[in-house]
Design a protein around this ligand. Structure first.
Ligand SMILES: [Zn+2]
Length: 460
């Protein structure tokens, strides 16, 4: 459309009336798209950089164990990238390969590097790929988009040079400006200055064999001969976990079954339990009444101990999984059964993020956690953040969890999260939807305040 000068002036006047913030941003003119390379973005980003993050989801094991490992870029840092390499065609035979070949340190580094080098160009532009590219560029000064002979070995040398005690504090506290990370590492033996643990109770739910019952009996030190014994073992495990000061519980069952848990009659659960005990093993379908019953037992205890329940929803890491198993709406029945239990649905339920928004809007006990999202797709994450700001009360959203196995990943992920928040909020300010101080207050809640309140963390 052609515009006359008079028309442009009219449009500017109109904007000045309806959206003062739009013009005060000083960058967007009539007809221009609000591009966040503006003063508004820069101002917001500078303030968001100052927020000390509470990171709601990581898998970082102890620093001493990490430092003892020989620096190996492929074994240590291909984490999510490995799934995209495999998706691109990188050979993996589950029957033969024990694990991902590029990460298998029993194989020579050069052999693994040749595999990486072949498939990396195919997936280097995915969110996982870009996060790794930025990490290598900004931490080690090397360009993964320009691979040269000896690149991998040189990168390993530079990584090794950073592996000194205090690495976790330098990466998390100083570089990423994260005060505390909630970790899911199957242990409560964590550095409490940096981490707060959640524990999974999935082994009490996903039962279909006598061997699994025996394992629970071994670890709990009492025989499991009835459903009541199993419930008592679960109770003992909860009491122990609470005494070890967990801040929540977690379930990752979306990796192996549909996350709908209709409550069966007690007799059906009892029947499934007896069948397992007598037959040794039953089908997944025959075990469902017991599994669903036990999930309600877990939820009931989480509610009683006021422990938020983090549940994996949406995309599963790795390859070969069923996304529909992880659809957040499958949880509605469980959510309605425990109105006082806070359900934290992880990974924004990607790609069901909009369905999750309606659930968080509808149920007071449903919370959204965007952990992992900023590296799955920065663009979708911005879309979700923009949508959530408009649809979901501000106290229901946790905006960052690194969800990495290696501490360096948590740092780059936090940087990407700060950029995404600043980008979305700059657009909202320039759209005239809110003021800058409201944008900053929202960012502070989403990156810090909400997690402190939700997990009852001893921080300000
Ligand atoms: Zn995770």
């Amino acid at each position: 459309m052609k515009t006359t000068p008079g028309c442009r002036i009219f449009f500017r006047l109109l904007l000045a009336l309806v959206a003062p913030a739009f013009l005060s941003a000083g960058a967007a003119r009539a007809g221009e798209i609000a591009i966040p390379s503006t003063d508004t973005y820069r101002r917001l980003k500078a303030r968001i950089d100052e927020i000390r993050i509470i990171d709601t989801h990581e898998h970082l094991t102890r620093e001493d164990a990490y430092l003892q490992r020989r620096a190996d870029f492929l074994a240590d840092m291909t984490h999510y990238v490995e799934a995209d390499l495999r998706s691109a065609g990188y050979p993996h035979d589950p029957a033969r390969d024990k694990g991902p070949q590029v990460q298998n340190t029993a194989l020579p580094f050069a052999e693994r590097w040749a595999l990486f080098e072949k498939y990396w160009p195919e997936m280097s532009l995915t969110g996982y790929g870009r996060a790794l590219f930025l990490l290598v560029r900004d931490l080690y000064g090397m360009n993964l988009d320009r691979l040269t002979p000896g690149f991998g070995e040189e990168l390993n040398r530079r990584i090794a040079a950073t592996r000194r005690p205090g690495l976790y504090r330098r990466m998390l506290r100083e570089k990423a400006r994260i005060d505390l990370s909630i970790v899911d590492v199957n242990s409560t033996d964590v550095d409490r200055e940096l981490f707060a643990p959640v524990l999974k109770f999935d082994e009490f739910v996903q039962i279909r064999s006598r061997r699994q019952l025996e394992k629970i009996a071994e670890s709990s030190g009492s025989g499991i001969r009835s459903l009541t014994d199993l419930e008592n073992a679960l109770q003992a495990r909860f009491e122990k976990a609470v005494s070890q000061k967990i801040v929540g519980i977690k379930s990752a069952l979306a990796y192996s079954r549909k996350i709908s848990y209709p409550l069966p009659p007690w007799s059906a659960a009892q029947e499934a339990f007896s069948a397992i005990l007598h037959r040794g093993e039953v089908t997944e379908e025959a075990a469902l009444p017991l599994q669903n019953h036990m999930m309600h037992q877990v939820a009931r205890r989480a509610e009683r101990y006021q422990l938020p329940f983090q549940i994996h929803t949406g995309l599963q890491t790795g390859n070969g999984n069923r996304i529909t198993n992880a659809r957040p709406t499958e949880l509605v029945e469980l959510i309605m059964a425990y109105p006082k239990l806070k359900f934290v649905l992880l990974h924004a339920g990607y790609p069901y993020g909009s369905e999750l928004a309606t659930m968080a809007k509808c149920f007071a006990n449903v919370y959204i956690d965007l952990c992992w999202m900023h590296i799955i797709s920065p663009q979708v994450t911005r879309r979700y953040l923009s949508e959530y700001l408009e649809t979901v009360p501000a106290n229901k959203i946790s905006g960052f969890g690194g969800d990495y196995h290696f501490v360096e990943g948590a740092w780059i992920h936090a940087e990407l999260a700060r950029q995404n928040l600043a980008w979305v909020l700059a657009e909202k300010v320039m759209d005239g939807y809110l003021e800058e101080d409201q944008a900053l207050a929202w960012a502070e809640k989403v990156l810090r305040r909400n997690a402190i309140l939700l997990y009852q963390l001893p921080l300000n």
